[in-house]
Design a protein around this ligand. Structure first.
Ligand SMILES: Nc1ncnc2c1ncn2[C@@H]1O[C@H](COP(=O)(O)OP(=O)(O)O)[C@@H](O)[C@H]1O
Ligand SMILES: [Mg+2]
Length: 243
């Protein structure tokens, strides 16, 4: 539902202007981003769609402070990410960004609770690991190890880990890419819920157009640039989506 957007915050979360990224490797030069322009409102959910290789992960990694742009501007409130120091980017990631990747990246020797605690120990105002795991419906699995959990449950632990520090930004790169559709729906439901509960600005990258229904806006990507932006008049809960 879009009630939270009826009184939009006047200050956007992100202002992105003419953002470019060129990778130079021995194999040649790749223009991964060719001038991206986008303003992202606080608290909105964006779904980024586009074929493989179109630059979706590159954009997400730059916005999350994991990779550096070649030129242009990406401003998160007062912080300009392009040209920011490594220290500034580390602090930004630690305080403001929660990441969820296709492969869950849990530590196999730690329980669900301990995996979440790894992050909450270095955050400034975290929720308890138990609270984060309850939010994704895993209260009864807190002392299980990753190998004792299904793929969907492992990804929900990753969602709990990402959200436990109450990040302003939640960046999700193909979060259902290695899940069957039923588990994928459960993960997206968990994502939509935690995103709403902490008021996070959320970007979900996918090559699966079926998930577009959960977005406030849908960004279509091709060849390193945005080809289309459309708004959903009414967001749909993941469990109501068909894909
Ligand atoms: N570290 C890298 N070094 C060189 N080329 C890269 C690197 N990362 C991505 N690319 C290239 O940049 C382009 C965009 O990649 P990516 O952002 O991963 O696309 P998507 O996530 O949409 O599949 C692709 O051509 C890819 O091969
Ligand atoms: Mg990608």
């Amino acid at each position: 539902m879009s009630e939270s957007r009826t009184t939009p915050d006047p200050e956007p979360a992100f202002v992105i202007s003419d953002l470019c990224k060129t990778y130079v490797t021995e194999a040649g030069t790749v223009k991964a981003l060719r001038g991206v322009n986008l303003t992202i409102e606080r608290g909105e959910t964006l779904v980024l769609l586009g074929p493989s290789g179109s630059g979706k992960s590159t954009l997400l990694n730059i916005l999350g402070g994991l990779d550096a742009a070649t030129s242009g501007s990406a401003r998160f409130h007062d912080l300009e990410l392009v040209g920011a120091t490594t220290t500034a980017l580390t602090l930004y990631r630690r305080k403001s960004v929660g990441f969820i990747f296709q492969f869950f990246n849990l530590v196999p020797s730690l329980t669900a609770r301990e995996n979440v605690a790894l992050i909450t120990e270095i955050a400034s105002d975290p929720m308890a690991p138990e609270e984060a795991l309850a939010m994704v419906g895993l209260s009864d699995r807190m002392d299980h190890f990753p190998a004792q959990l299904s793929g969907g449950q492992q990804q929900r632990v990753a969602v709990a880990r990402a959200i436990a520090k109450r990040p302003e930004l939640l960046l999700c790169d193909e979060p259902t890419g290695s899940l069957d559709s039923e588990s994928g729906v459960q993960v997206l439901e968990a994502l939509a819920k935690v995103s709403r509960d902490v008021g996070a600005t959320t970007m979900v990258v996918s090559h699966n157009a079926g998930i577009a229904a959960m977005a406030d806006r849908i960004i279509r990507f091709r060849d390193g640039g945005i080809t289309d932006i459309s708004a959903n008049r009414q967001k749909v809960e993941p469990r109501e989506m068909t894909w």
